[in-house]
Structures are given as C-alpha cells and as structure tokens.
Design a protein around this ligand. Sequence first.
Ligand SMILES: Nc1ncnc2c1ncn2[C@@H]1O[C@H](COP(=O)(O)OP(=O)(O)OP(=O)(O)O)[C@@H](O)[C@H]1O
Length: 248
Amino acid sequence: MSSSPEPIVSIQDVTKSYHLGKVEVPALRGVSLQVHPGEFISIAGPSGSGKTTLLNLIGCVDTATSGTVRVAGQDTKQLSERKLTDLRLHTIGFIFQSFNLVSVLSVFQNVEFPLLLQKKLNATQRRERVMALLEQVGLAKHAKHRPNELSGGQRQRVAVARALVTQPQIVLADEPTANLDSVTGQQIIDLMKAMNAERGTTFIFSTHDAKVMTHANAVVRLKDGKVLDRVTPAEAGLAMASGAEAHG
Ligand SMILES: Nc1ncnc2c1ncn2[C@@H]1O[C@H](COP(=O)(O)OP(=O)(O)OP(=O)(O)O)[C@@H](O)[C@H]1O
C-alpha cells in the first residue's frame, strides 16, 4: 500500500453504454474510483455489473461514453491512438481469465513478446529479464515448452510473467482465477501478491470468488454499473455472510 497522494488511476463520473442495434445497454452508470500506487484492489460484483467494462476502460482498450479516466497521470480521452498504445505497452500489464497465450510460441517466447513490441532491450537483456521472471514464477525449466504442454495453473503463471515482463506500473487481471481450481487459483493470487509486495506494482483484479477477494487491500463492489461501496475484505465478507452480496 502506498501513501502517495497522487492516484495512479483516477476515474470520475464515468458512464459507458454499448449499442446493440437500436438498444442502448448501460454498463457503467456514473463510476468514480481512485487507485493509488501499490494497491492490490479487487473489483467485485455480480455477472453483468460492469467489472470487465471498467477494466477495459482502465486498460485503454475501450473508451468511456462520458466522464474522465486518468491513468498514470494522463487523461486517456486526450490521447492519440499512438499514445494509447504506448500507455498500454509501457504502463499496463494484462492477465486474462483464459490465459490468452500464443499457442505456437514457447513459454519463453510468450513472455518475451511484449519486450519485442517495446523494442527497448537487446536479445541478451531480454533473455535475462524473461528467465529471471520465469524463475520467479517457477517455470524456468519449462521455457521451451508450448502452452498446451502446461497445466492451467502453469499457463496462468506464464501469463503473470508476461504481464510483468515490461515492469508495468499497473497490472489488470480480469477474473484471473476463474478457470482454475481453488488451490491453483490461490497460488496465482499468492504469486500476484508477492509481485505486488516486491515490486510495488499496482494490481486491479476482478473476481466473483469471495476467497480471492480476501487477499485484496480493498474491495470495490459494483452493482448494476455503479460502485456500491469500497470496503475491506473483512467488511465484504461480513456483507456476504449476511446475504447482501449477490454473486454472478
Ligand atoms: N460488447 C458489448 N456489447 C453490448 N453489451 C455489452 C458488451 N459488453 C458488455 N455488455 C453489457 O454491459 C454490461 C456489463 O458487462 P460486463 O462484461 O462489464 O460485466 P461483468 O461484471 O464483467 O460481468 P461478468 O462477471 O459476467 O464477466 C452487461 O449488461 C453486458 O451485457
């Protein structure tokens, strides 16, 4: 946790609507949220409450209908496509529910991929960076394997390494444990938390899983496209025990 006064993510009165033909689907209806550097934040809420939409806006893969999304001090609406790509590539790491590894690339090549896009390190530097991370996630011996030769938990560890390889300030994870059994899911959260503690990387992850939420510094609960509240995991647990939390 950081006491930095400057939030790394600042969202003000954001709405987002999708259009399905003539039908307007409001996904976010006036969301404000501040995340400070080094936080380990869970976005929780029932299916359809807007978690993925919110992560997509923070990750600059989609734009708000109205309101302001500031990431690393930049108002994303003011940025050109080029600048948005730069922000995604240098400042943000992504982890997905379904791992999204490239099946024809080895574990090493998957993790190296963002570095190739960045064009900042030479081959030796890239090798050192990738192997150090694979060591950390316990997969150095699997560097030459293809993703389909790994278990789900191992694939997600590769994805964690890939998200961190550019040393981003923020890692966004959309339901990172949803396709894993609970023990393996726990290992992924432990790994994310270790990276958060060691590097000070800000993590924002969505989840349905109450157990996963307990590891967050704060739980931001969404309902019907609005922030219900921002609570500690203990408070979220109490609310769930009393039946106030709906699950998707
Ligand atoms: N591309 C899209 N086109 C139309 N409607 C969409 C689109 N993406 C999301 N929605 C709608 O926006 C609302 C919020 O969806 P979102 O995926 O953000 O919720 P979520 O909390 O992540 O749900 P889940 O937990 O099921 O992934 C839902 O009503 C959904 O149907």
